[in-house]
Design a protein around this ligand. Structure first.
Ligand SMILES: [Zn+2]
Length: 422
């Protein structure tokens, strides 16, 4: 029986691999575009197409099977209309448009998506979710790599160090950690901080037991000034990839509006996930699904911060907290099942962690001491006290605890590792 399963897996592997070679070259196409609008309207406008030498993604799993995120890019062979690649992600624009500013004015954000470099003429369709979580086409772009103007990669001045070796980039999860706010004089600190972040990831569950499925790269971007911008202290610097606190008016939210600068600096790096390592001691960070994550490398909570933010960016995990300072009314409509794997409104709970519940577990599950370490359905999560439920009393996605992802978050993270790596 085992032999038959092995042969079937091998056939499906060969099949996937030949699909890749039929439609794509062994390099990468960077699609830059502008994502603009406000709470009611959104627009995608093409910007630049840029060749990138390394395709670090899987050559087997070309179609996104998770259905997470707010944006979906669908790549069709134009001749046959066959779907040959897809990926889901979210973006800073999607968050900004829900703010007071996003309700009253119009924003314009640069965004980037990487796809394998097409050999055939393709129709690239960008889709966005509506309030009912249904996908809608927003824009499309015909790309003919033999005729279109495709910029050559800009040579990044950044040296790249291999921090951890798992294997071939197409068969492993590749994480690029890029430095921001480190000058030449900060080089030793940068190297130490790379090690801190690498260890924080590889010494926590579930990454520890998957270390052979992961490559980690350190991108040594050099800034002219030390530190990152912190408007609340009137501290402004022009750092290598432009990270700043107080993103979309949230003091601890540490993101960059310099999307093109970020991707230019990463031109020579192989990555499925980007982590921006910020040279600051102030508590803060951020993480957006399949977009990037950031972390304050000098903060005493750096281990927790990176595991939490990377949980958002890599595994699509939601915040499980709902404390009053961040309680947001109606952040998740209660008549819709959220797409994140670790929260539920009970509308579509069958597809969440129901199969992990013990048959004796009461739903909703009381948040009491005897239920510590019991997988349940606990009310409160996703910034909302009522109507949104989480799977465990506590978790790295709920409070400041390093290496404490709950069993549901661990399972969702493992699914994602297995999508990229084998
Ligand atoms: Zn959790």
């Amino acid at each position: 029986m085992k032999k038959i399963i092995f042969i079937l897996l091998f056939i499906s592997y060969l099949n996937g691999f030949s699909q890749y070679n039929r439609y794509f070259e062994d390099r990468c196409l960077r699609i830059d575009y502008f994502h603009s609008g406000n709470i009611e309207h959104e627009y995608f406008r093409p910007d630049e197409l840029i060749e990138k030498t390394i395709w670090a993604g899987s050559k087997i799993n070309l179609i996104d099977t998770f259905n997470y995120g707010k944006i979906r890019v669908m790549v069709y062979e134009k001749l046959t209309s066959k779907l040959i690649y897809s990926r889901t992600y979210s973006s800073l624009f999607e968050e900004w448009r829900t703010t007071t500013e996003g309700k009253g004015s119009c924003g314009n954000f640069s965004e980037t998506v990487l796809i394998p470099f097409p050999k055939v003429v393709v129709n690239v369709v960008f889709q966005s979710r509506d309030s009912l979580n249904k996908w809608h086409d927003i824009a499309s772009q015909i790309i003919n790599t033999k005729k279109d103007f495709i910029l050559k990669p800009k040579t990044s001045p950044s040296e790249i160090n291999e921090l951890h070796h798992g294997g071939n980039v197409n068969e492993k999860l590749d994480i690029a950690i890029i430095a921001d706010g480190y000058t030449m004089a900060d080089l030793e600190k940068m190297k130490t901080d790379f090690q801190t972040l690498k260890n924080a990831i590889l010494k926590s569950k579930p990454y520890e037991k998957n270390a052979d499925k992961i490559n980690i790269w350190g991108v040594m971007a050099i800034s002219k000034q030390s530190g990152v911008t912190n408007p609340s202290d009137s501290f402004y610097v022009k750092s290598a990839v432009g990270c700043s606190f107080n993103t979309i008016n949230s003091d601890r939210y540490l993101m960059t509006m310099e999307n093109k600068l970020l991707h230019d600096q990463l031109a020579n790096a192989a990555y499925d996930q980007i982590i921006i390592m910020c040279n600051t001691n102030k508590y803060g960070g951020g993480g957006i699904y399949n977009f990037y994550s950031t972390v304050a490398a000098g903060n005493p909570q750096v281990n927790y911060l990176i595991e939490h933010e990377f949980g958002h960016a890599f595994a699509g995990l939601a915040d499980e907290y709902y404390t009053s300072s961040v309680t947001v009314e109606n952040f998740y409509p209660l008549n819709i099942e959220p797409w994140e794997p670790n929260i539920t409104t009970l509308i579509g709970f069958d597809k969440k962690w129901k199969n992990m519940l013990d048959s004796t577990t009461v739903v909703p599950t009381p948040d009491s001491k005897e239920n510590n370490n019991v997988i349940g359905v606990y009310e409160g999560g996703g910034y909302m006290k009522k109507g949104v439920y989480r799977p465990y009393i506590d978790c790295t996605m709920k409070s400041i605890h390093y290496d404490a992802l709950c069993p549901v978050c661990l399972r969702a993270t493992q699914w994602m590792i297995d999508f990229y790596a084998r």
